[in-house]
Write a protein that binds this ligand. Structure first.
Ligand code: PLP
Length: 404
């Protein structure tokens, strides 16, 4: 018998639907030059330091004396130590290498982590949301029924919109697991230290677990926005953090990320015993995963060298400059914009003349030849918004904004 939860999942129509509509437009207007601002993927070349480290790693595989076969499932010590030393120590967070689990990316980790929990746990997500958190839990049987309103009956949705400044309300107390993404995809907005403190405080007092997706941490430019959930007091006892080299260093095709499961984090078993999560995630990984490739891990470790760091900063500054150009142009055009300060995403409120996400998508496509992503594709609260991405060239970004 099939895991019927697969049949419950609605098709992922968003990007297919966008493609279909773009193709139809292109067929009618082959002479028009479209600018793609829907992309959630990097476009700049990888940092030279990573490229060089990966070349050297390949050469090591060319000799029996330096060959690397299966590595540790949790990641090589050189990378786990570099993460502790360079990603956390400078921001005042003390972790141990054994808290770090290197992987092939944050998408798999945020989905696979669901293996650790009983089917009955109740989850809360923000709306709009990165769809992986929802779909992975639905497959594990935690969704209930999918309603016409685009929501699952057993999942609690925390609305994030301009009215509440994209700060989710506290989840109700019967929620067990809360997913947060900061800086946020899709809204590009951020949660400050004090906003996170409120969520962490409740999580600790109610025994809730926070899944903190920090895939866009490297884009943070605001002083009061933390780079890690562990900057918040007590978070090591209630939060798992996910990070990725995908947006940080252009590793979307190379594949490398990591997850932090602090040893202070415990969970209750059905017999009421407090059990450490760290060895359980280790057990899960050693059972179902054979480690990220040596080449990827060498490439990742190279971003922590002086030149690697400078090259990463240069790339991120480039995207953030695009984001600033988009923000400014939209504001001048009288459009309400959010995000894009500590994020490559700009979330705009559709104007009154094109109120729905898809209406405005069509306006941009047909009148300006710009492709965005309709906000409603990320959840019902995304209706009336549209996402533009700064992951394009400076030239294309400038051209698109002058059209606007
Ligand atoms: C891009 C992205 C990731 C990274 O996924 P990888 O599997 O590491 O490439 C994780 N979370 C969010 C919200 C993202 O947008």
């Amino acid at each position: 018998m099939l895991n019927d939860n697969f049949l419950k999942l609605p098709g992922s129509y968003l990007f297919a639907e966008i493609n279909k509509r773009v193709k139809a437009y292109e067929a009618k207007h082959p002479e028009m030059k479209l600018i793609r601002m829907g992309i959630g993927d990097v476009t700049l070349p990888l940092p030279q330091a990573s490229i060089q480290a990966m070349h050297e790693a390949v050469d090591e595989l060319a000799s029996g004396a330096t060959l690397k076969g299966y590595g540790p499932e949790q990641g090589y010590a050189f990378l786990r130590e570099a993460i502790v030393e360079h990603d956390y120590r400078p921001i005042g967070v003390e972790l141990e290498s054994e808290d770090i689990f290197v992987s092939d990316g944050a998408k798999s980790d945020t989905a696979n982590i669901t293996d650790l929990f009983d089917q009955s746990v109740k989850i809360a997500v923000t709306d709009p949301v990165y769809p992986v958190y929802v779909d992975s839990n639905v497959l594990a049987g935690r969704g209930g029924l999918y309603g016409e309103d685009g929501r699952w009956s057993d999942i609690e949705y925390l609305p994030c919109n301009k009215e509440n400044g994209f700060v989710p309300p506290l989840p109700s107390k019967d929620v067990d697991i809360i997913y947060l993404c900061n800086p946020n995809n899709p809204t590009g907005t951020t949660l400050t230290r004090s906003e996170l403190e409120v969520i962490v405080d409740q999580a600790r007092s109610e025994g809730q677990l926070i899944m903190y997706d920090a895939a866009y941490e490297v884009f943070v430019r605001e002083e009061d926005v933390p780079r890690s959930i562990y900057e918040i007091e007590g978070a090591k006892e209630c939060a798992i953090e996910f990070r990725s080299y995908s947006k940080t260093a252009g590793f979307t095709g190379v594949r490398c990320g990591y997850t932090v499961v602090p040893t202070a984090l415990t969970i209750r078993s059905s017999s009421g015993e407090e059990v450490m999560l760290n060895p359980l995630w280790s057990r899960r990984q050693t059972t179902k995963f054979n480690g990220a490739s040596y080449i990827s891990q060498r490439g990742a470790a190279a971003i922590y060298t002086a030149e690697g760091r400078a090259q990463v900063k240069q790339n991120i500054d480039y995207y953030l400059n695009n984001a600033a150009i988009i923000r400014k142009a939209l504001m001048q055009a009288g459009v309400e914009v959010f995000g894009g300060v500590s994020s490559p995403y700009i979330w705009l409120k559709t104007p009154e003349s094109y109120p729905s996400s898809w209406d405005y998508f069509h306006y941009l496509l047909e009148e300006k030849q710009i492709i965005g992503t309709p906000g409603v594709g990320f959840g019902p609260q995304g209706e009336g918004y549209l996402r533009l991405s700064a992951f394009n060239s400076l030239e294309a970004t400038t051209e698109a904004m002058s059209r606007l």
